[in-house]
Design a binder for this molecule. Structure first.
Ligand code: FE2
Length: 286
């Protein structure tokens, strides 16, 4: 039977736009299976729906897995979060009385995987654009299947069976997170340097420039050399999609086979997006 929606590739590296589907209407099993397959194959899916409510976003997100808990510890969240459904976090530079009402407010953010520093990272992120700047504040995505495939054979051998340590201090978004000098909120966990995606069965690189501190069991210099090569490979233009947001855009992405970054934008313009996440069936495994 024909699919109930069309797809349009976003760029050669990854990503597809889903066209002709109302994601706030009930979706039948066949359509859901087609969407699930499209997500697995394209890594990032783009939908557009104006004025989507929190409830509608949550109901749609729940089609892709169990809704994940907001990662930031309670005592580190802005006070305003009491008004928001517990699953959401606001990504915004809006301030009230000088204090940001959301998280990750300003400027550039280096490539990262959402919640990779936890034992059970969330596989899916759904980010909905409410208000966006006229220039910048884009989200860039890497295809980490392609990045893994592009690694030299000796590097693939060297990382085989190894783990990398990931660290995150919730305020450090534009410089590498390492243990030295990190704040109280620093979270950490080690995962395999390359993982087998639980849904596609394909191997993906699982490190990023913002949060990956070291490859365990190697000297500092060797770890740095291999990590930098892997970061550079992941971020090559032919492995990247650069998304310029339009209000009403909802992006669904897979954190087990892609990383993402934010480009800089003017602090004179408002950027407001609403994020929720879905859990994976299992922890990332080699
Ligand atoms: Fe992120």
């Amino acid at each position: 039977m024909a699919r109930s929606f069309d797809t349009r590739p976003l760029c050669p590296a990854l990503g597809a736009e889903i066209i002709g589907l109302d994601i706030t209407a009930p979706l039948d099993d066949e359509t859901m299976q087609d969407l699930y397959d499209a997500w697995r194959d394209n890594i990032v899916l783009l939908f557009n729906k104006k004025d989507m409510t929190q409830e509608e976003q949550l109901r749609f997100a729940a089609c892709f897995g169990k809704i994940g808990e907001r990662p930031k510890p309670k005592d580190a969240r802005p006070e305003d979060y009491s008004k928001l459904d517990a699953a959401f976090m606001l990504v915004t530079n809006i301030r009230e009385n000088g204090k940001p009402i959301g998280t990750l407010p300003d400027g550039e953010m280096m490539f990262h995987h959402d919640t990779i520093y936890k034992e059970r990272p969330h596989i899916g992120t759904l980010l909905y654009a409410i208000e966006v700047p006229s220039v910048g504040g884009n989200t860039k995505f890497t295809n980490l299947y392609k990045a893994y495939d592009a690694l030299p054979d000796d590097v693939k051998q060297k990382i085989d069976g190894r783990k990398a340590l990931h660290l995150y201090d919730y305020d450090r978004i534009s410089e590498r997170n390492t243990a030295e000098g990190a704040g109280d909120l620093l979270e950490r966990y080690s995962h395999p340097v390359a993982i087998t995606h639980p849904r596609s069965g394909r191997k993906a690189l699982y490190v990023n420039r913002l949060m990956t501190a070291e490859i365990e069991g190697l000297s500092h210099d060797e770890s740095e050399e291999i990590l930098n090569l892997m970061f550079d490979t992941a971020e090559r233009p032919e492995h990247v999609y650069d998304h310029k947001w339009t209000p009403g855009d909802l992006l669904l992405w897979d954190n087990f086979c892609s990383s993402h970054a934010r480009t800089d934008f003017s602090d004179g313009e408002v950027r407001l997006l609403r994020r929720c996440q879905v859990e994976a069936e299992s922890a990332p495994a080699a």
